[in-house]
Design a protein around this ligand. Structure first.
Ligand code: SAM
Length: 522
């Protein structure tokens, strides 16, 4: 999190080829472009400025962003105390002058390939007296760029004398440069025309029969796992599990393409253990190129080295499973002696500014008593630690019956330890109830699908490592799909979705057909 950096999204462009305001352009069933860029950057910065050219345009953005929970301010070029010219450099001047922080990251709203992990490269420790930008083919690339308040006189002077090239100004100011070649395609992608958007976001959104828009795909890439957690396999390996199915990259690509074309915005790679799938990083890159907004992975972390290369591939969020800080208990639960490795991955993720969540399943006879130590550890880190109610599966019924701790009991414990529920779940939020306290950076989440059903907000579909569609985690069926082409996947999913139920009936004992979460990833 760059609390001391403002981010400014320039929205004042003319949009002549699009025929409508770019930032407000909304491909069918999707978010507007400005909302999308805010969602990409919002969690990472202390302030977001929306830079409009005049009050008339600002009013449209106020209407669009009304209710957006990001730390937003809308400012106008026309507020500048000098002769406004229709140029991006005026937007830069407005941004830097209006920012509450000295440093300001600036980019145009139509730079549709720009993601946080790319912009973040410009904010790594550099000489903050200089601006920072990427270079492409030896030239300074104008956006994104980081400016400071100290550059304002030079920016203003350039505008006054009509030297409106951002590129030249960055050269003149001797900007610190970062090689942009690895991100060239993302930096150069612009949303100027309808076909740019169709190519990048083109969708026919998918709704279920209950009117819920499906936009979150959970893909299990393998049934294999390098841990053997008690709650997954309390009685050891069953015979059928000796054959562990896994995806292949072409099939994954077909699937990702098909779901992206159905308007899916978020994909989670899970398993088994997704990192034992050798081409996972490549699959993440493909998801990024296809335009998925959120690319997440649920992992035990054991095989992750060089986390930054996962960010460069396109990973936007990591969920690491870690149930206890006690190495002995960790070994008993998971079979692994490597708790420290897992903790290091979590700290690396936080240090890199990657959105980080930790999944902790509470077990009555072991991890439940660890709540205070887990809170101490989590609350001083920029992450969300989520306590997950143990869920029943075909293979863990008796374990579940003796070990489950009800969500209401966990909630009461959190309250008794001084944490307050920080927001009521809203339709776009995930399934967790979030607890926080003002003096801590970390947050605590509670996921209790049994005691607190969140099906009314369901927006997800699951694919097993065998390539079957699962409409609900606790549903009775896995539906085979024809994976030979994106069209056949599209057809299969659109037919199958008609059978998606409005909710699960876990509380009535309907646990569905999942033998262990290794086959579906939770
Ligand atoms: N191997 C990866 C990992 O460890 O995160 C991904 C797969 S794992 C099945 C996904 C998540 O499901 C983990 O956080 C794990 O703790 C959780 N999980 C597994 N079985 C569960 C159960 N019966 N109830 C609740 N959570 C469970």
């Amino acid at each position: 999190m760059h609390e001391n950096v403002s981010v400014a999204i320039l929205c004042g462009g003319r949009s002549s080829r699009l025929g409508s305001d770019k930032g407000l352009f909304r491909p069918l069933g999707e978010k507007s472009l400005v909302s999308r860029m805010i969602a990409r950057m919002g969690d990472h910065f202390g302030e977001i400025l929306i830079v409009c050219k005049n009050e008339e345009q600002a009013d449209l953005y106020r209407e669009e962003l009304n209710g957006n929970s990001a730390p937003l301010r809308i400012v106008c070029d026309s507020d500048l105390p000098y002769n406004y010219k229709d140029a991006a450099l005026c937007g830069v001047a407005t941004a830097v002058a209006s920012a509450k922080n000295s440093r300001c990251l600036v980019f145009p709203v139509d730079q549709i390939g720009l993601r946080f992990h790319i912009a973040n490269k410009l904010l790594q420790p550099t000489d903050s007296t200089k601006p920072a930008c990427f270079t492409l083919g030896g030239d300074h690339f104008p956006f994104p760029a980081v400016f400071s308040k100290t550059h304002l006189p030079r920016i203003r002077h350039a505008i006054e004398v009509g030297a409106l090239s951002v590129r030249h100004l960055l050269e003149d100011l001797n900007a610190t440069v970062v090689d942009g070649q690895p991100f060239a395609a993302d930096l150069e992608a612009n949303g100027n025309t309808h076909s740019d958007y169709e190519n990048y976001f083109g969708t026919k959104p998918l709704f279920d029969p209950h009117g819920r828009r499906m936009l979150y795909l959970r893909l299990s890439v393998t049934e294999a796992c390098n841990m053997a957690c008690q709650y997954c396999l309390p009685k050891g390996f069953p015979e059928w599990y000796r054959h562990k199915a896994r995806m292949d990259l072409p099939t994954l690509t077909t699937m990702l393409t098909a779901f992206r074309q159905m308007g899916f915005e978020k994909v989670r790679f899970t398993g088994g253990e997704p990192t034992v799938f050798p081409q996972l990083k490549e699959a993440i890159t493909r998801a990024r190129v296809l335009g998925f907004e959120e690319i997440c992975m649920t992992t035990n972390g054991l095989l992750i080295n060089d986390l930054e290369s996962w960010l460069d591939a396109g990973l936007t969020q990591i969920n690491v499973s870690m149930d206890t800080l006690d190495p002995k208990k960790f070994q008993t639960i998971t079979g692994s002696k490597d708790l420290q490795k897992v903790l290091n991955v979590i700290d690396d993720a936080c240090a890199l500014g990657l959105k980080t969540k930790v999944n902790t399943v509470l077990l009555r006879s072991s991890t439940y008593e660890d709540i205070p130590s887990l809170l101490d550890w989590a609350l001083c880190r920029p992450l969300t630690l989520r306590f997950i109610e143990l869920m029943p599966t075909g293979l863990n019924m008796s374990f579940h019956n003796s070990e489950r701790v009800d969500g209401s009991e966990i909630a009461a414990r959190l309250h008794s330890l001084g944490l307050a529920q920080s927001r009521i779940n809203n339709p776009t939020a995930g399934p967790e109830t979030v607890y926080s306290s003002p003096e801590h950076v970390g947050k605590i989440g509670l996921i209790n699908p049994i005691s607190c059903n969140f099906c009314d907000r369901c927006n997800r579909l699951r694919i097993t490592a065998r390539g079957e569609l699962k409409l609900c985690l606790f549903g009775q069926n896995n539906l085979p799909l024809d994976l030979s082409s994106t069209k056949s996947v599209d057809r299969g999913v659109r037919q199958a979705i008609e059978a998606k139920r409005d909710r699960h009936y876990l509380e009535k004992g309907e646990i569905g057909n999942v033998a262990t979460f290794r086959t579906i990833g939770g």
